[in-house]
Every structure is written in structure tokens, then in C-alpha cells.
Write a protein that binds this ligand. Structure first.
Ligand code: ZN
Length: 185
């Protein structure tokens, strides 16, 4: 188990499409464990592989609220209904937030870390989180969903803030864990 560095916006891997996972081995499960540990340390509710510099089509999700944490491997949205706007943040774009319109309810088909297929339905934070993470698995970030004006503002702010991340990596150290209280995805 170990903390992984988080790639922040500007790192090219966040714009790459991921690769379908075909081998469900211990290495994949170790990556999932490390991603959970990293996400929890950063106080996030979701984390996708490209955010830790990997191209496996996989994300981890833990929205709390009494729900079990889970891994989605090779996820696909098979049903999307309604529209709802809500604020989002992202562990790869710290301290930048925006209102994003998403489907109000989604049904996702995925595999677990052993390759077993399952389906999960989500609304509200869970539904939003799954859509946000699946976006990451195809090179998309939440800022892509904002209108041109808001996106430009957010990117201008980020241009200044990203100076704080040498090599576009966000290194988590136990000392600075306490002050991140937001639900970032
Ligand atoms: Zn994100």
C-alpha cells in the first residue's frame, strides 16, 4: 500500500483515453488499493487511474453516506435519465469548482477487480461521481462541461495556481492532509 502522486491539470495523461483492462491480477488489485488510500488521504470521493498517471480503465469511488466503497473497471453508462446541475471539484484541479450539468440518474455496467461484471445505479453524489470518473477515463475533465466564459475564468485561475505543483504533480504528505475538507472527485 502506498500513496500515489496525483497528476494535476496540464499533465498530458489527463487528456488520454484509457485502455480496456483485460488482466485482473494482484497488480491491478494493488493499484486499486493504492488509489483508495490516495483518494482518502486527499479527502476525495472518487479517483480515476489517469489521475495517478495510469492508463488502466479503472476508478475508485467512496461517496460515504453509509455506502460501500467500490471499484469500477471498464465502466460504461448504459442508461442516463434527466438533468441536474451541481457543484463539482476535482483532485486534479485543487480549489477550482464549477456547476456542472449531469444526468440525474445513471446506470453503469462495470467489472470489479476480479473481472466479475456488475451494474450499479446512482443519483445525486453517487451518480455525479460516476459520471465525473468515467469522463476521466476518456480524457475529459469537469471544466469541459462549463460554458465558455466560466471555463475561461477557471482556466485563468488555474494557470496561476498550478505554479504550486512542480512537474504538475500533487504530492500528498501526511502533514497537509488535514486542511482538505471538500468533496473533490
Ligand atoms: Zn476529477
Amino acid at each position: 500500500m502506498g500513496l500515489l502522486d496525483i497528476h494535476v491539470l496540464g499533465s498530458p495523461i489527463l487528456r488520454r483515453d484509457t485502455e480496456i483492462v483485460r488482466t485482473f491480477d494482484d497488480e491491478l488489485r494493488r493499484l486499486a488499493d493504492d488509489m483508495f488510500e490516495t483518494m482518502h488521504a486527499a479527502k476525495g470521493v472518487g479517483l480515476a487511474a489517469p489521475q495517478v498517471g495510469r492508463l488502466e480503465r479503472m476508478a475508485v469511488i467512496d461517496v460515504g453516506e453509509g455506502a460501500e466503497p467500490f471499484v469500477i473497471v471498464n465502466p460504461e453508462i448504459i442508461l442516463a435519465e434527466g438533468k441536474v446541475k451541481g457543484e463539482e471539484g476535482c483532485l486534479s484541479i485543487p480549489e477550482i469548482y464549477g456547476d456542472v450539468e449531469r444526468a440525474a440518474r445513471v446506470r453503469v455496467r462495470a467489472q470489479d477487480v476480479r473481472g466479475e461484471p456488475f451494474e450499479i445505479e446512482g443519483m445525486e453524489l453517487l451518480g455525479r461521481c460516476m459520471q465525473h470518473e468515467i469522463d476521466h477515463l476518456h480524457g475529459r475533465i469537469f471544466l469541459d462541461h462549463l460554458g465558455a466564459f466560466r471555463r475561461r475564468n477557471a482556466l485563468a485561475k488555474w494557470e496561476r495556481m498550478k505554479q504550486d505543483y512542480p512537474a504538475l504533480l500533487r504530492k500528498l504528505a501526511p502533514a497537509d492532509l488535514a486542511d482538505h475538507k471538500d468533496d473533490a472527485l
